[in-house]
Design a protein around this ligand. Structure first.
Ligand SMILES: CC1=C(/C=C/C(C)=C/C=C/C(C)=C/C=O)C(C)(C)CCC1
Ligand SMILES: [Fe+2]
Length: 546
């Protein structure tokens, strides 16, 4: 498994033309831009965790039925410092970098002290975010890196803290119909408080002497005080509906005291993160119109959620779908030691990721009997049981077992929807198939082939689409068979049959997340919002080209 996880991947700086078999629809013109870890050793030093790897950006440009592939390492400060020292000198999620062994005792002590308040990494390896006209590589620290989506060049380093008081921010922002970014971050012990902050970055802003910078116009429009000052929840994403935000304060928590002493103790950030199975998961619903949380205290059993799938409002309830685990074993498994030796044995999840649907009433009837179910939706068996003191205990409906890396047709984000596109995973964290799950009929379609490991499947709508699944699925496939070249798979999203594959004679890495940037010219223009479907995405999961 070293081929897939541990080995450093070569950059492909010059675009290489892929060998296309089948037919790529002529309307599909644009660039699939994705991010993920590509380098796990520097000199003699090695990262411990797959999520530590240095960010490798790659793109598949689709033009007139042809596909061109290129890749380039993000020239983060972390990448540059590591390369210069020829060893890992910046700490990542699962690897704590130690001071220069050549330095004397005095400078060693100084180096420890200066790390007491940690400056996090700018190795933005998780996702791509579109912000106004700009694209950024993102991770979960306070740093994002502007990139050129065409050349994959690395541009400015941006510190979120210059615009909003957050020490951490998710790499899964949402976009509203106008393209404004909605994101959440954690503000740790600022003015004696630890808070989860919701902020908005506008898509369009007036130009000043330094040009257009939407980040300067970032607005905080709500926050939730953490239930614990020193152990805020860790979260990787959140949900939105037309009027609300859904935030799970889960018992998978960061220990701030452990973090502040991690460097001096020589332990990594991952060891400051723990699942508290004796605790509950609090469900916070924030009204976007007022920025205030709904007063009822909703809670559920202890779960770990990385990915929210979608959320929407239905008959006075808020329905939200997530991929949930019973513990934090997913992060445990991505330790490279588990992924490289005895892969089959060591890489078994102790909890299968499941698609769960929750429903919470937006207005809980004060007179409802204690113990009664206050969700009256015919569409789901999810329940919410009224308790004493305005508390409501939520029990989800189990929809599907064994899936991760969910995507939807983003035009349906925050609205009722039918299809989840995801990677199928069971007891191993490695995807083997791509899945289309219909939440209405509870049926599924799959695509898979021997030795093929698919990346997150991304949905691109076709021009003039009427049905939610009118479009195609793009997924980069890497192979565990060294003889088999990687390829970009194009599936018809309705039938889940293969339309084309573009085989790439270059190294392609297993990545995490990304987006599709339709060409501004050509047929792709028709992907703009139409009269019939006023709420189609002019957004960034399928982003307009700049
Ligand atoms: C460096 C660093 C962090 C990095 C977390 C990362 C890199 C998480 C990646 C998660 C992924 C890829 C999840 C997929 O489902 C923390 C813990 C936020 C805080 C401390 C500093
Ligand atoms: Fe993610």
């Amino acid at each position: 498994m070293d081929v897939i996880f541990g080995r450093n991947k070569k950059e492909q700086l010059e675009p290489v033309r892929a060998q296309v078999t089948g037919r790529i629809p002529s309307w599909l013109q644009g660039t699939l831009l994705r991010n993920g870890p590509g380098m796990h050793t520097v000199g003699e030093t090695r990262y411990n965790h797959w999520f530590d790897g240095l960010a490798l950006l790659h793109s598949f440009t689709i033009r007139d039925g042809e596909v061109y592939y290129r890749s380039k390492y993000l020239r983060s400060d972390t990448y540059n410092a590591n390369t210069k020292a020829n060893r890992i000198v910046v700490s990542e999620f699962g690897t704590m970098a130690h001071p220069d062994p050549c330095k004397n005792m005095f400078s060693k002590a100084f180096s420890y002290l200066s790390h007491t308040i940690p400056d996090f990494t700018d190795n933005c390896l998780i996702n791509i975010m579109k912000c106004g006209e700009d694209f950024y590589a993102t991770t979960e620290t306070n740093y994002i890196r502007k990139i050129n989506p065409q050349t994959l060049e690395t541009l400015e380093k941006v510190d979120y803290r210059n615009y909003v008081a957050v020490n951490l921010a998710t790499s899964h922002p949402h976009y509203d119909a106008a393209g404004n970014v909605l994101n959440m971050g954690t503000s740790i012990m600022d003015k004696g408080k630890t808070k989860y902050v919701i902020f908005k970055i506008p898509a369009t802003v007036p130009e000043d002497a330094k040009g257009k910078n939407p980040l300067k116009h970032t607005e905080v429009f709500g926050s939730i005080t953490s239930r614990s000052l020193l152990s805020p929840s860790y979260y990787h994403s959140f949900g939105v509906t037309e009027n609300y935000i859904v935030f799970l304060e889960q018992p998978f928590k960061l220990d701030v005291l452990k973090m502040s002493t991690a460097y001096i103790r020589g332990v990594n950030w991952a060891s400051c993160l723990a699942f508290h199975r004796e605790d509950q998961t609090y469900i916070h619903i924030i009204d976007q119109r007022t920025g205030k949380p709904v007063p009822t205290q909703f809670y559920t059993d202890p779960v770990v959620v990385f990915h929210h799938v979608n959320a929407y409002e239905e008959d006075g309830c808020l329905v939200f779908d997530v991929i949930a685990y019973e513990d934090g074993s997913l992060y445990q498994l991505f330790h490279l030691a588990n992924l490289n030796q005895d892969f089959e044995e060591n890489s078994r999840l102790t909890s299968v990721p499941t698609l769960r649907r929750f429903a919470v009433p937006l207005d809980v009837d004060k007179n409802a009997e204690v113990g009664s179910n206050v969700v009256k939706l015919a569409s789901t068996t999810a329940r919410a049981l009224k308790e004493k003191d305005d508390r409501v205990y939520c029990q989800p409906e189990l929809l599907y077992e064994g899936l991760e890396l969910p995507r939807i047709n983003y035009a349906h984000n925050g609205k009722p929807y039918r299809y989840v596109f995801a990677a199928e995973v069971h007891w191993s964290p490695i995807p083997t198939k791509i899945l289309k799950y219909d939440v209405l009929t509870k049926s599924s379609l799959k695509w898979g082939q021997e030795h093929c490991w698919p990346a997150e499947p991304l949905f691109v709508p076709m021009p003039g689409a009427k049905d939610e699944d009118d479009g195609i699925i793009l997924s980069a496939i890497v192979s565990t068979d060294p003889q088999k070249l990687p390829f970009l798979l194009v599936l018809d999203a309705k039938s889940f049959t293969e339309l084309a594959r573009a085989t790439i004679d270059a190294e392609v890495h297993l990545d995490l997340h990304g987006l599709f940037i339709p060409d501004a010219d050509g047929d792709a223009r028709e992907q703009a919002p139409s009269q019939e479907q006023p709420d189609r995405v002019p957004d960034c999961q399928v982003a307009p080209r700049t």
